[in-house]
Write a protein that binds this ligand. Structure first.
Ligand SMILES: C[S@@+](CC[C@H](N)C(=O)[O-])C[C@H]1O[C@@H](n2cnc3c(N)ncnc32)[C@H](O)[C@@H]1O
Length: 277
């Protein structure tokens, strides 16, 4: 199975001109086995042949490999620690100040909106109104379209409190619309975290980020790609800035001195100022 799966990933890489070989082999094997079962095929080899014949299948498989699931405040403890203990320290105290955040691999924007809500809640307690910009990036254009539309089904709102629901959402049909104030903080743009030619979204070239959230993406990569993407995230994070990772993701050993865990739990890290260990 392993060799055929490697062929399939190399085929997708060539087909789309994007790197599919950096996703972990075990994830790919699992997803392809699921698809073989769904289609009632005899095995992976038959699926490999079908991929070449059926023009819709490569896009279907790519979507299965780039798992889309997300929700608001997906790790409630992590977001609560960010809101109550950290966010005020990231927001500049001077009126002309700037906060730049990046939600990398943002899916339909649930995470970027969660950050926007926390920032707004913190600003309500402060006298200054610094400029806030949240870059939300993903490789999937249709995910970005969902983010720009700002419309969410009730199933994605599990971590939202009733007060937040009343303040930041408007009911609309079977779902909810995020408030224009939050939506206007966010710039959605396509960025492939595995693209070897870029290290951060081009729209962000004017500076680093004070806050980066890259959650539930690194866990799907092979170890080399994990390190390569992590290097880029580290480079894009300003000294003193904060990084949020998913529960199943860790800081590689080479960064242990430079990214300090802020609390025992919550997977939040602060980048040390230059010169400090
Ligand atoms: C499981 S979701 C995580 C969403 C969100 N960060 C969260 O934790 O809820 C993984 C996301 O990674 C995106 N993704 C997959 N490969 C990518 C790549 N090479 N570059 C950028 N995003 C990618 C997928 O499109 C998907 O939206």
């Amino acid at each position: 199975m392993g060799e055929t799966v490697a062929h399939i990933l190399s085929f997708l890489t060539e087909f789309f001109g994007e790197d599919f070989q950096s996703y972990s082999q075990s994830l790919a094997e699992k997803r392809i086995a699921e698809r073989v079962k769904q289609l009632r095929l005899s095995g992976v080899e038959e699926y490999r042949q079908l991929l070449r014949r059926d023009p819709g299948e490569p896009a279907y498989l790519s979507r299965m490999l780039r798992i889309r699931f997300s929700s608001f405040f997906r790790d409630t403890l992590q977001f609560e620690l960010l809101r109550s203990q950290i966010m005020a320290s990231l927001l500049p105290a001077s009126p002309g100040g700037f906060l730049r955040a990046w939600s990398a691999a943002c899916a339909g924007g649930e995470e970027a909106c969660s950050l926007g809500i926390i920032i707004d809640e913190t600003l309500q307690l402060m006298d200054v109104r610094p400029k806030v910009q949240i870059f939300a990036t993903d490789v999937a254009e249709d995910a970005l379209e969902e983010g720009r539309a700002g419309y969410y089904t009730a199933g994605t709102l599990g971590g939202v409190t009733l007060r937040q629901l009343n303040t930041y959402f408007t009911p609309d049909g079977n779902g909810y619309r995020i408030s224009p104030e939050i939506l206007s903080m966010i710039s959605y743009c396509r960025h492939d975290l595995l693209d070897p030619h870029t290290f951060a979204p081009p729209e962000s070239l004017f500076g680093g980020f004070d806050l980066i959230s890259c959650r539930n993406f690194l866990m799907y990569l092979d170890p080399q790609a994990y390190l390569r993407v992590f290097d880029n995230l580290f480079r894009a994070l300003n000294p003193g800035g904060v990084l949020l990772l998913g529960k199943a993701e860790a800081v590689p050993e080479r960064y242990h001195q430079h990214l300090v865990r802020i609390f025992e739990c919550g997977n939040l890290y602060r980048k040390q100022q230059a010169g400090r260990n």
